[in-house]
Design a binder for this molecule. Sequence first.
Ligand SMILES: NC(=O)c1ccc[n+]([C@@H]2O[C@H](COP(=O)([O-])OP(=O)(O)OC[C@H]3O[C@@H](n4cnc5c(N)ncnc54)[C@H](OP(=O)(O)O)[C@@H]3O)[C@@H](O)[C@H]2O)c1
Length: 353
Amino acid sequence: MSLLSFSWCMLVVVVVVVVVVGGFDDQTVLLQNAADKNVSMPVIGIGTGGYASNNTSPHGEYWNDSVAEIAISNWLKLGGRRIDTANSYNDQVGIGKAIRESGIPREKIFITSKVGPGQGSNRSIPSGALGYNDTLTQMDYTLSSLNVTYVDLLLVHWPYDPTHPPTTDPLCRGNTSQEMKACRQSTWKAMQLLFQRNKTRAIGVSNFEIKHLQDILDMGEAIPSVNQCEFHPYFHEFDLVDFCKKHKIVFNGYAPLGTPDWAPWSHKWNSSIGDLPLVKSIAAAHQKSSAQVLLRYSLQQDVVVNPRSWNNDHMKENLNVLDFKLTDEEMKMLNNIPRPKNSKVCPDPAKYP
Ligand SMILES: NC(=O)c1ccc[n+]([C@@H]2O[C@H](COP(=O)([O-])OP(=O)(O)OC[C@H]3O[C@@H](n4cnc5c(N)ncnc54)[C@H](OP(=O)(O)O)[C@@H]3O)[C@@H](O)[C@H]2O)c1
């Protein structure tokens, strides 16, 4: 796996009702577990990690501060209130600027950021190592980049880093599953400290498989409030979604549109999921776009989404998906779409100890 691909790759009554009926229809979901009281996460956010529009962006290949400043400013004007970023996305300064210049009170905006592994070789950011002090240092960097005093949700980006960046934590120098368990637990201790110090209103993880989550649950301490993992019709892990539901961990799906702009150079896809005749026909039946169908597909399975877009029309579409419902039959057909080989966009964390 290349460094580049790795870089691509996080009310009580109301929640009970949501889980029972299946699917999000409300604008927000209350975070339980390791979260302050009353932290409501908007179910639709904007992703900011990846390319800026098929590499045709005048601002450069990846999202960066200037792309982010413009796009997030537009997103906030259109009514979007959740922003998904990470230390490794190298766009937090631009996001912070857009938030301040919007005039919208900070507490009305939901910022997710991520520490830990996730950077690519082309990023000039601090080490994304796992570990106790490394987590604390990276959070300082996150807050100063965004120029905020807290984020709403902080995630551990990956449970493991195959690139082995230097770490200051002696508990994070091994490779076996027992050693990695100790490293994850040490990292989670730091996450809990950041939560107790009000640097973040909730803490969670990303790309954690059941075995990685179990390492955290075994501590008998705070349970992650969110797990952000890949989820779209070409890649879904229903057992992981069920496990998260059982532990009241909100499942945040990433790459909800299957990262269509990944295709031209990776040759992973023959066509994007949204171009499939089935998806197009379902969209036509509801007078919606393919992207909207794919977002509903996630939301109806209690999976919150953050599609990335720097296009205002796309952003509007992405925010407008709570007024229709896919039928059970349509959901079934989407679940059964034949998957191409290598149908996962990001590296598969299941292979990590
Ligand atoms: N935790 C992790 O390890 C991890 C890994 C991957 C992703 N993520 C997060 O999840 C976010 C989303 O995933 P992703 O960026 O890989 O891919 P994605 O959201 O599935 O796809 C983004 C692509 O879809 C296009 N698009 C967006 N809305 C559209 C619409 N309504 N109609 C047509 N095209 C539309 C965008 O183009 P335009 O810009 O032209 O609209 C862009 O090319 C990331 O940005 C990141 O925040 C997290």
